[in-house]
Write a protein that binds this ligand. Structure first.
Ligand SMILES: NC(=O)C1=CN([C@@H]2O[C@H](COP(=O)(O)OP(=O)(O)OC[C@H]3O[C@@H](n4cnc5c(N)ncnc54)[C@H](O)[C@@H]3O)[C@@H](O)[C@H]2O)C=CC1
Ligand SMILES: CC(C)CCC[C@@H](C)[C@H]1CC[C@H]2C3=C(CC[C@]12C)[C@@]1(C)CCC(=O)C[C@@H]1CC3
Length: 345
C-alpha cells in the first residue's frame, strides 16, 4: 500500500521565483514562515529556507520534484514582454502553463495562483477604471499579451472545486520597485541616450503603476483566501496601487529623483505611434540583415500615450485587499534603490 503524504499548507512553490516579482514574493513568503521551492531556468540569489530547482517549466519531469509535498503553487514565470518572439511566448505561456497545471494535478497540489496581467483587456485604446468584467482584448497589442490571455483562460478554466484544485489569477499593472529590470533601467537608458525630452500626447493620460510589495500582498491574500467556499475561486483580480497617476508625471518623478531632466516638449500621439509602427515593420522586414531594437515600440507608445487604469474594488471586497505602500513612498523607495543609475554615477 502506498501512503500519500498530505502536503503541508505552509509549503509552497514559486515558478519564476528568480525574477523581479518572483523574488519579492519568495522573500515575503519566507518571512511569513513558508517553506519555499523556487523553480526557474536560472538562480539569481540564495535565501535560507528556500530550495532552488532549475529547469524549464515546459518540462514536466523537471518541474515535478519542485512540487513534491507542496499544497500551493504561484506561477509568475514568463518570457520578458519585449521579447517579440511569438514561438517562445506560445511555448512558455500557453503549452508551459498546460504543463504546470498537469504537474500540479500529478503532484497533488491544491491551489494555483497565476500572475496574469491587466493588459489582457488592453487593445491600445483608453481604459478608465476598468473592471474585471471587461472582455479580453480581441486585438491584443503584442504576442506577450495574446499569450497572457490564453494563459489566464487555461488557469481559470482549470479551477475544479469537486476535485480539490482551486485557481485564481492576479492581474497587476506596471509593476515597479527595487531590482526591476525593466521600467527604471529602460527609462534611464533612454534618458542617457538623450531621448527622454518628449511627452507623447498632451500628458494628461492616467495610468496605474503598482509597487511590487502591493502586488506581492495581493498574491499572498489570494492564496490564503483561496478556499472552496470563497468567491475568488476561478476568478481574476486587478491589483493596483489604487492611485492612478499621469503617465508622464510618474516618469518625471523617477527621472528627476535620479538626477535627470523631466521630458518637456509635446509630440502628437498619432505621429509618434505612426513612426513607431513604421520602424517596427522595417525591423521585421530587415530582421535577417539588421538586428536593431527601437526604443519606442508601438506597444510602448500605446502604453505611454493612452489612459489605462483599473479598479481594484473587487479585490478589496472579496479578499480584503488594500495597498500597503502609497505611491509617494513607493517612488521614493524605488529611486533610493537605484544609486548606480543616478545621473553621473
Ligand atoms: N513587470 C510588470 O510590469 C508586469 C508583469 N506581469 C507578470 O508578472 C510575472 C513576473 O514578471 P517579472 O517579475 O516582471 O518578470 P521577470 O522576467 O523578472 O521574471 C520572470 C521569471 O520567469 C523565469 N522564466 C522565464 N521563462 C521560464 C521557463 N520557461 N521556465 C522557468 N522559468 C522561466 C525567468 O527566468 C524569470 O526569472 C510575469 O508573469 C509577467 O507576465 C504582469 C503585469 C505587469
Ligand atoms: C521609453 C519610454 C516611453 C517608456 C519607458 C517605460 C516603459 C519601459 C514602461 C512603461 C509602462 C510599462 C509597462 C510594462 C513594461 C514596461 C513599461 C512599458 C508592461 C508591458 C509589462 C508587462 C505587463 O504585463 C504590462 C505592463 C504595462 C506597463
Amino acid at each position: 500500500m502506498t501512503t500519500r503524504v498530505r502536503p503541508s499548507s505552509k509549503r509552497c512553490a514559486v515558478i519564476g521565483g528568480s525574477g523581479f516579482l518572483g523574488r519579492h514574493l519568495v522573500e515575503k513568503l519566507a518571512d511569513k514562515g513558508y517553506t519555499v521551492s523556487v523553480f526557474d531556468i536560472r538562480q539569481s540569489y540564495e535565501l535560507p529556507g528556500v530550495t532552488f530547482y532549475l529547469g524549464d517549466l515546459c518540462d514536466k519531469q523537471a518541474l515535478l520534484p519542485a512540487l513534491r509535498d507542496v499544497s500551493l503553487v504561484f506561477h509568475c514565470a514568463s518570457p520578458a514582454p519585449g521579447a517579440d518572439d511569438r514561438a517562445l511566448f506560445e511555448r512558455v505561456n500557453i503549452s508551459g502553463t498546460r504543463t504546470v497545471i498537469q504537474a500540479c494535478h500529478e503532484a497533488g497540489v491544491q491551489k494555483l495562483v497565476l500572475t496574469s496581467s491587466a493588459s489582457v483587456v488592453f487593445e491600445g485604446t483608453d481604459i478608465k477604471n476598468g473592471k474585471e468584467d471587461l472582455p479580453y482584448a480581441k486585438k491584443p497589442i503584442d504576442f506577450y499579451t495574446l499569450t497572457k490571455i490564453q494563459q489566464e483562460k487555461l488557469v481559470l478554466e482549470a479551477c475544479d472545486k469537486e476535485n480539490g484544485f482551486l485557481t485564481v489569477a492576479i492581474r497587476p499593472h506596471g509593476i515597479f520597485g527595487p531590482r526591476d529590470p525593466q521600467l527604471v533601467p529602460i527609462l534611464v537608458d533612454t534618458a542617457r541616450r538623450g531621448k527622454m525630452k518628449f511627452i507623447i500626447g498632451n500628458g494628461s493620460n492616467l495610468v496605474d503603476f503598482t509597487y511590487v510589495e502591493n502586488v506581492v500582498h495581493g498574491h499572498v491574500l489570494a492564496a490564503e483566501r483561496l478556499r472552496p467556499e470563497s468567491p475568488i475561486c476561478g476568478q481574476a483580480y486587478h491589483i493596483t496601487n489604487d492611485e492612478p497617476v499621469f503617465f508622464w508625471d510618474f516618469m518625471s518623478q523617477i527621472l528627476v529623483g535620479l538626477g535627470y531632466n523631466a521630458p518637456r516638449y509635446h509630440l502628437p500621439y498619432w505621429l509618434v505611434y505612426g513612426i513607431a509602427l513604421l520602424l517596427w515593420v522595417l525591423t521585421v522586414l530587415l530582421r535577417p540583415l539588421v538586428s536593431w531594437k527601437p526604443t519606442f515600440t508601438p506597444m510602448r507608445v500605446a502604453l505611454a500615450g493612452t489612459h489605462h487604469y483599473y479598479s481594484c474594488a473587487r479585490a478589496k471586497q472579496d479578499m480584503g485587499y488594500q495597498p500597503v505602500v502609497s505611491l509617494k513612498d513607493a517612488i521614493m523607495l524605488t529611486v533610493e534603490s537605484y544609486p548606480h543609475l543616478r545621473q553621473g554615477a
